[in-house]
Design a protein around this ligand. Structure first.
Ligand code: ADP
Ligand code: MG
Length: 362
């Protein structure tokens, strides 16, 4: 097993640069998730680690080896794709053993490794079937099995669960987590699904337009986002953002008013960052962090436009008189309906502030 280091890695297609100088350290045994919107460069970066895309400049290390110019087969990585990419005319056993046989491995050793992987993935009874006779989840297991038998230093997954239905996705997520613990392998996993990222990752890398926005544990990103993009990407439903105008900065903190919410005020302690009086910034508040009892913060009067009852929590899609829309999470009260008046509070200690460039003000 081995860690991975990326040093100022860039990728250009012709004149079009899609990865803009990425630096990243992935520790041995770590489960790292690349997350970000479609087209941000997740697959490209993963394929560069695999050697399936040429790295335009910069260096990639796996363990102590500089693999930047190496062929995929020499990097000792295994990749699992969303599309499974199984050979339809081969049985499960033949699919799983194919790469090993092609490398001239001894037949008994191939059989042993395929049996071992089949045991880990609970697919022993399907070894003689062809892919067409398997469900989507079973096919994805075979694709993962094909990666396991090679005993790679690093596993690379590109949206492996995106073709599965919701229930199976949750189940396979659990299986992949178990697999990581059992194999104690370094794994890099690409997804656009932030729930997958939050639940699987030791460390999440948030990408946007070919740049890394932030790297951290799931809870670090949730509790302490560096910028508005990460704040909005991690968490569902999304963090609410509203304009806030700076009234004054004093001993007690920075006093802000929220013009689109009826101009209530709140005072936030903000370190030593100086803001100008009258400057407009953006306040962020997660749906789950509103208060429904008076507290130190901004008082809001809203009207509920839609109440989504999820059982333990209700999401209230609400609007202010000025038409500003907010999503509030309410626990322990199922009474709210469309048209109801809602009194809510933004607790000052739960709010985030962002500047005009989306950078965090703290
Ligand atoms: P993601 O996996 O995050 O959805 P990709 O890594 O597939 O994104 O793509 C990143 C960017 O690179 C996109 O803008 C995409 O259009 C571009 N891209 C990917 N492959 C090629 C290619 N072969 N030629 C030109 N542009 C490409
Ligand atoms: Mg992709």
């Amino acid at each position: 097993m081995a860690g991975i280091r990326l040093r100022n890695v860039k990728k250009r297609y012709g004149a079009f640069e899609v990865i803009h100088g990425v630096d990243l350290d992935i520790d041995d045994h770590e489960f790292v998730v690349f997350v970000g919107p479609s087209g941000c460069g997740k697959s490209t970066l993963l394929r560069m680690i695999a050697g399936l895309e040429v790295t335009t400049s910069g260096e990639i290390f796996i363990g102590d080896r500089n693999v930047t110019g190496m062929e995929p087969v020499d990097r000792n990585v295994s990749m699992v794709f969303q599309s499974y990419a199984l050979y339809p005319h081969m049985t499960v056993e033949q699919n799983m053993g194919f790469a090993l046989r092609a490398n001239g491995m001894d037949k008994d050793e191939v059989k042993r490794r395929v049996g071992e992987a089949a045991g880990i993935l609970h697919i022993e009874e399907f070894l003689d079937r062809k892919p067409a006779a398997l469900s989507g989840g079973q096919r994805q297991r075979v694709a993962i099995g094909r990666a396991i038998v090679r005993h790679p230093d690093v596993f690379l997954f590109d949206e492996p669960l995106s073709n599965l239905d919701a229930e199976l996705r949750v189940h396979m997520r659990f299986e992949i987590d178990r697999l990581h613990k059992r194999l104690d392998a370094t794994m890099v996993y690409v997804t656009h699904d932030q729930v997958e990222a939050m639940t699987l990752a030791d460390k999440i890398v948030v990408l946007r337009d070919g740049y890394i926005e932030q790297v951290g544990t799931p809870l670090e990103l949730f509790d302490n986002p560096d910028n508005q993009f990460v704040a909005g990407f991690i968490g569902a439903p999304k963090m609410n953002f509203v304009p806030a105008v700076v009234e004054e900065q004093g001993e007690a903190g920075t006093r802000l008013v929220l013009p689109s919410l009826g101009s209530p005020a709140l005072t936030m302690p903000l370190g030593d960052r100086t803001l100008e009086r009258g400057q407009t910034v953006t306040l962020g508040i997660r749906p789950e962090h509103f208060a429904f009892e008076p507290c130190d913060g901004a008082r809001l009067e809203l009207v509920c436009e839609l109440a989504e009852q999820l059982g333990d929590i209700a999401y209230l899609y609400s609007a202010s008189q000025d038409g500003e829309r907010l999503i509030l999470g309410l626990r322990g009260d199922r009474s709210k309906r469309e048209g109801d008046a809602i009194e809510a509070y933004i607790p000052a200690e739960r709010a985030f502030l962002f500047d005009g460039d989306g950078g965090r003000i703290r």
